[in-house]
Design a protein around this ligand. Sequence first.
Ligand SMILES: *Cc1c(COP(=O)(O)O)cnc(C)c1O
Length: 355
Amino acid sequence: MVHAPSRPPAGAPPVRVNLYSDTQTKPTAAMKAAMMQAEVGDEQHGDDPSVHELCDRMAKLLGKEAAIFLPSGTMCNQVAILTHCRPGDEVLAHRNAHIISSEGGGPGALAGVMVTGLDGERGMFDVPTLQAAFREKRRHSPPQTLLEVEQTANFGGGAVWPIDQLNAVLHAAHEQGMATHMDGARLMNAVVAAGVPADEMVAGCDSVWLDFTKGLGAPLGAVLCGSEAFIDAAWKWKQRLGGSLRQAGIVAAACTYALDHNIARLAEDHDNAKILARGLAQLEGITVEEPETNLVFFDTTATGMTAEELSVKARAKGLMFSAMGRYRGRACTHLDVDRAGVEEGLQILREVLAA
Ligand SMILES: *Cc1c(COP(=O)(O)O)cnc(C)c1O
């Protein structure tokens, strides 16, 4: 079975509990009302007031000079890499980074860069590991121009970089003459979990973006932030990749709504993730990685089933979660799953495992 089916499986029962991803949230009536009321204009011409409002708020929130609205987080990463790097450059990132595993080979295909994966627990690495990857600046070495970090580290289990460790690796990269980029798909989850203000958390990043379609519940949209000069250069790539939009304010309004209403409540998702993890740990054959945010990874080896096999059985009973490795499942809490939903999901898994 293909991991990300292009259509729901034929004859599948309705989904009762969706722990597949925080991308699966549906816009609420209140969010849709905000979208309906949005003042809009031609975004490509710089005439959409709702997009400007969102970008101004994001630049301020993240303590950067400027911001650019893009359709997706993947496009933020690709535009950032294209803007920071030249073909033949080397990007350093954790070996499980989304830019390596999940962006269709974009860094190679589009920017012509190579990405070298670094080792480290839970999607993070330390300064000695980073420094070991530095190359002598010689004629025959690829220019190492960019360090990329993920906050939270998705395949690292939704782990939050401790601020000191984060600043230390970003500083070491700067000392080496590299630029620094943060994939902040779930940055606000990290901010809420760590209690560190967003601008402080990303102070050492030359560029950083936030996704509005993950825990924040918007239908689409992401905002990339950086210096005036960086964002100016990023606009060229936005245009080239077909990311310039027209009345985009209708979507930006959903993102601004999310900034106002859906950040503090991420703490509920984190609490639900802990409850889910505790419940999963009691199931026969499941080993759980302790969650730090809203992603709960678990190992299915001792059930005798791959994560995919278990997920297919769960899906037949109305529970969705994702298979992120042969025996590694991921269940994700978000604003469309409450405490009762978590309990129902656990009950479904209990039944599947008992069968
Ligand atoms: C989801 C995700 C992305 C990509 O974001 P999209 O908006 O789905 O394109 C990038 N990085 C990480 C860590 C993610 O989880």
